[in-house]
Design a protein around this ligand. Sequence first.
Ligand code: ZN
Ligand code: ZN
Length: 346
Amino acid sequence: MTRLAALGERLESPLLVTNLTNVFYLCGFDSSNAALLVRPGGETTLYTDFRYAEAARAVPGVDVEMTKRALTLDVGEKLKGTVQFEADVLPYLEWERLSAGKAKLVPTRGIVDGVRAIKDDEEVATLRKAARIADRGLEALTAETWVGRSELELAWRLHELLHAHGAQELAFPSIVASGQNGALPHAHPTDAIVEKGSLVTVDWGVRVDGYCSDCTRTFSTGGSLPDELRRAYDVCLDAQQKAVAGIRAGITGVEADAIARDPITAAGFGGNFGHGLGHGVGLAVHEAPRLSTESTDTLEAGHCVTIEPGIYLPDVGGVRIEDMAIVRDDGVDVLTSFRKDLIEVR
Ligand code: ZN
Ligand code: ZN
């Protein structure tokens, strides 16, 4: 059954899909200006403007209707009856334009995202391939000298190596955070020079055939590493391994988060792990489900999630260790294979 047909079976009234990643997921149409109207039963209209006319006609299983560049204004005039829309992604202005028409608009959330979160075998194979390419690219970087080069230079070099190993593009700008910058979970690479006796966190991912990988490793640059950082590394690794061992389908995102958070808190670093344990990965690098203290999700077989505890010590440095894994009924299938013991780079 096609994805559109499967979605159509779940709908009681038509759904206007405006999230472009969801449009791509449902029918393979890659465009910066498109929407799908999926009706109960799966009959679907694809709306787009003339720049994409030819590509749209090649999409199987949809009726194509051309619109003006101001797509929602045009679509609003065509819609009738009750129409559900994706409330979490539709900007207010677009909602106003749609509302100017005759349809009764009903806000919904997560209908396509919930289906998209569960990966089929082909998607898992692509995610595994992306993870492997990313691992090889970083492995090549660890063979080079890091000390004395800037974070930015290492990030650019990693980009080259990932490309050389088969990445089509980066899934997100790589993070290379050394020394004190490691205390910032989403540090941007700077021209700070990597020094001996510190930790360097690298969070990187590639995109292959639309699918993202996401992985983090933290390295030592040798010399005398502060005891506090060495201890933070051991605690973080232990928590990460406990989560990898404990996560399976059926537990909640809150329970998954607690598997890693509890040992970190018990070690006295509870206040230094300020983000959730992980997130879904697929066509987007951050998607459903969420693994955090605030998550409302329950893990299902086929979810692709990250498991990424971190410990951030202000003005000292930080550690994060992240794997990407497929949730199964009896555990997880880890897609990232890079070593997790504390590796010393030159
Ligand atoms: Zn990451
Ligand atoms: Zn992540």
